[in-house]
Design a binder for this molecule. Structure first.
Ligand SMILES: *Cc1c(COP(=O)(O)O)cnc(C)c1O
Length: 440
């Protein structure tokens, strides 16, 4: 079969049987000529025709170490010959046990226990259920609501979607979601003291609502899915103090921001105090297998001790899966041995310099960078359903990069291990495809 025939056969099966995520399927079936990816290596995806595409978003923000990192793949193959799966009910295993210990050693001080699940949404779901049950077992059964920031994204299960503030994801389910109140996030474009003003709204919400609020759920330093909106450390610190002062649990969702994306291992790094719960996924296995975890403080864990009715009756089939746990340990070891986060700093500077240079392109707004994320707005008030984005995607693909804007927000979030040459090429393609989409 020629590569052309192979591609056509695969696209035909796909279009007949697959329902794609976040995809208007009529348009997809009629217009989309999907990339048919066959393999990947480092920062590049290769299609069935052998063409390569720089992976501009680390394949949905997960492949932080690039694709097929030698050590990670060796660990996966080795583990597959020993133990692929076992339950964690009355059972433990080497990598489930040691990974938890290693995670706590690198986690923000104060977190002491690890609850495993298998994707970012469930890591948040677990955090929400733990928060509710914690309060009901410590004498505050009226604390049943959540608070979050408008534009937040925390995943897709009904619980996680309830604390999400991206309208297109919420709308079809709005009437059945868990009760959540939203405060506006800081807007760095606001001219006067954006952090103070946004904080005022949140402060009011927590102050007046704390008696019924179980937890505040936030993405630290960067709201990802709503369009790479960054906010200051000072705001995060103020949130931590506010929650502590009013006994509202703080859930920090590091599913995207963790593992070095924002320039430090955790976006939380440098804060005083500790979140009550911390969620992770995506970079946890560097995009190799679905695996997630929710880390909690000892204080929270202890509220579940005692008679069996105080237990957390919750779990997933692949909770602490041995393959995933082994990979997650190897990923932590690679971060340590290869100094992934420290070595990223000069690359982050290049991303920032490119965004700054593009700020003057006509039609570009709010060019910004944080760690290994560079982003800009392509149209004022860009919406999720905008049109400039698709033009940019097509041009980037023609030039050899896989980019996928968030509506009219164009961004790059490449693997942290991307080589200098690949990064330069990616940024050049990014600039060219943005200019093309805007017609400048
Ligand atoms: C992607 C993401 C999630 C959801 O993770 P899934 O693995 O897709 O379920 C949750 N929170 C944040 C901040 C994310 O970026």
């Amino acid at each position: 079969m020629s590569s052309n025939e192979l591609r056509q056969a695969l696209v035909s099966s796909d279009k007949r049987y697959v329902w794609h995520p976040y995809t208007p399927m009529s348009r997809y079936l009629a217009e989309t000529d999907p990339l048919v990816i066959e393999r990947a290596e480092g920062s590049r995806l290769y299609d069935v025709d052998g063409r390569s595409y720089l992976d501009g978003n680390s394949s949905w923000w997960a492949a932080t170490l690039g694709h097929r990192h030698t050590r990670v793949i060796a660990a996966l193959c080795d583990q597959a010959t020993r133990l692929a799966h076992t339950s964690m009910a009355g059972v433990t295993h080497e990598h489930g046990a040691e990974l938890a210990k290693e995670l706590i050693a690198v986690a923000p001080p104060g977190l002491g226990r690890v609850f495993y699940s298998d994707n970012g949404s469930t890591a948040v779901e677990v955090a929400m259920k733990l928060a509710l049950q914690y309060w009901s077992q410590t004498g505050f059964p009226q604390k049943r609501r959540f608070a979050a920031l408008s534009g937040a994204f925390h995943g897709e299960t009904l619980g996680a979607a309830s604390v999400g503030g991206v309208d297109v994801f919420r709308r079809p389910f709005a009437d059945v979601l868990v009760d959540c109140v939203f405060a506006p996030p800081p807007d760095p474009r606001a001219e006067q003291e954006p952090y103070e003003r946004a904080f005022g709204a949140l402060d009011e919400l927590i102050r007046t609502g704390h008696e019924t609020l179980a937890a505040l759920v936030i993405e630290p330093r960067v709201q990802g899915a709503s369009g790479m909106r960054f906010y200051d450390k000072a705001y995060l610190q103020a949130i931590q103090r506010l929650c502590k002062a009013h006994d509202v649990l703080l859930v920090v969702d590091e599913v995207f921001s963790g593992y070095g994306r924002t320039g430090t291992f955790w976006a939380w790094d440098g804060m005083d105090g500790c979140p009550d719960l911390l969620c992770l996924g995506k970079g946890f296995t560097a995009g190799t297998l679905p695996m997630a975890a929710t880390l909690v403080t000892d204080r929270l864990f202890e509220a579940f001790l005692g008679p069996p009715e105080r237990a957390f009756y919750y779990g997933h089939t692949f909770c602490g899966n041995p393959l995933g746990a082994r990979i997650a340990r190897e990923v932590l070891a690679v971060y340590r041995d290869e100094q992934i986060v420290a070595k990223c700093a000069p690359k982050a500077a290049k991303v920032a310099a490119k965004m700054a240079a593009m700020a003057s392109l006509p039609g570009v707004g709010n060019a910004r960078a944080l760690g290994m994320i560079g982003a800009l707005d392509l149209a004022p008030g860009g919406s999720y359903l905008g049109q400039v984005g698709p033009r940019m995607v097509a041009e980037a693909r023609r030039l050899g990069a896989y980019l996928r804007p968030l509506g009219d927000v164009a961004y790059v979030a490449p693997p942290l291990t991307i080589s200098d040459d690949d990064l330069e090429e990616l940024l050049t393609i990014f600039e060219a495809s943005v200019a093309f989409a805007l017609g400048v």
